[in-house]
Design a protein around this ligand. Sequence first.
Ligand SMILES: NC(=O)c1ccc[n+]([C@@H]2O[C@H](COP(=O)([O-])OP(=O)(O)OC[C@H]3O[C@@H](n4cnc5c(N)ncnc54)[C@H](OP(=O)(O)O)[C@@H]3O)[C@@H](O)[C@H]2O)c1
Length: 411
Amino acid sequence: MSRKQLNIGLFGFGCVGHGLYEVLQKTPALRATIKNICVKDKNKEREIGPEHFTFDKNDILNDESINVIVELIDDADAAFEIVSAALKKGKAVVSANKKMVAEHFTELLKLQKEYNVPLLYEAAACASMPIIRNLEEYYDNDLLESIEGIVNGSTNYILTKTFEENLSYDEALKQAQDKGFAESNPILDTGGFDAKYKLQILVAHAFGYIAKPNDIFNIGIDNIGELELKYAREKGLKIKLVAKAFKREDGGLTALVIPKFVSPEDRLYNVDDVFNGVITKTGFADTHFFVGKGAGAYPTASAVLSDISALSYDYRYEYKKIYREENVFLAGDVALKVLLRHKKEDAENFKLYFNDIEEAYTNHDTGYLTGTITLENLKTLQSQNGGDRSFILIQAVTEKKAEATIPLEVV
Ligand SMILES: NC(=O)c1ccc[n+]([C@@H]2O[C@H](COP(=O)([O-])OP(=O)(O)OC[C@H]3O[C@@H](n4cnc5c(N)ncnc54)[C@H](OP(=O)(O)O)[C@@H]3O)[C@@H](O)[C@H]2O)c1
């Protein structure tokens, strides 16, 4: 099959946009050329001449010779305007913007259907790792039970550097930013929001469930304290920020982002620095493990390139699992074994939220509990004021429903 000629209108010439520009120079066989690039800042110095750039999105959107829009900007609201306008004009779109895709999933699905144009976004989840197309295509029939992974390169980089090289949190974050791994707004990474947007996208392609951003509970890495790090070191564990989704037989789907203790037997243990890793568990194949670079100019550009290439032979996501409309609903009645670090005076109150306590420790001003708590109770505790506390997942009880113990003051 001969490849279509692709004339690209590129939005964004930052870390990924510039990476893509370079990668495309090295892949002439693709028959894809960048015709025009739209950026924002008129005063910024660029590595290539001004004749390549425009500051008006309509120069690209109204150019009929451009048949592919590649959206690589760091502003999710502006990105949605650009992407939806492009789809309405019948232009195929490639995007790396997880926040935009996650927040507007239903609208984007509708636009693709209505205007019969593809939108691909492999780089939006786990950058270089081809996870979306695998979830969409490969796990079509084998029953997917769970996905669990490290899906955010910057936080994994920060955790690796602070845990193994004793760098300060701020220094590790600065390094991640300098290397182009971090989002422009660091709270998106460190608060677990970026991981949550990715999990939303993965859940849609894995289980056919379109969650809204607020549906998925996320805790980031910014509250991890010395006590948890010490606990991990003493037990030979590492702390990783994981995104996890699992489905029960009754259709109950649980999805959350939370720091987790991982042991050397866990395949995520050696996924360090900017790498991402995802473990899928299915009914028949047992487990698969994907690993690859989760951020950076070339790794991310490689996924964008793969999507551009896929457009040249008319690939599109079919969203088969979404259209199958199986009975899937979000479930909070699951038990999670966690460590909760808290202020000393909170210990007795917090114990009431647990189904059982395995270990309780306090020193002069702080302490921790380990035990089982339902996701619903964990959410309640996390939302309470005076937030000097952190949760680290030890293990999720994935198979069965869990009854929450009701805190006494609520009864
Ligand atoms: N960096 C990574 O490792 C990575 C990995 C996976 C996915 N992503 C995603 O890829 C996208 C781009 O990330 P990045 O790291 O390349 O960002 P970046 O380095 O901050 O670059 C952002 C680019 O967007 C341009 N821009 C912002 N608002 C614009 C607007 N309204 N119209 C036109 N251009 C606009 C900026 O223009 P100026 O140059 O004029 O400032 C800049 O060129 C984001 O959605 C990010 O989440 C990034």
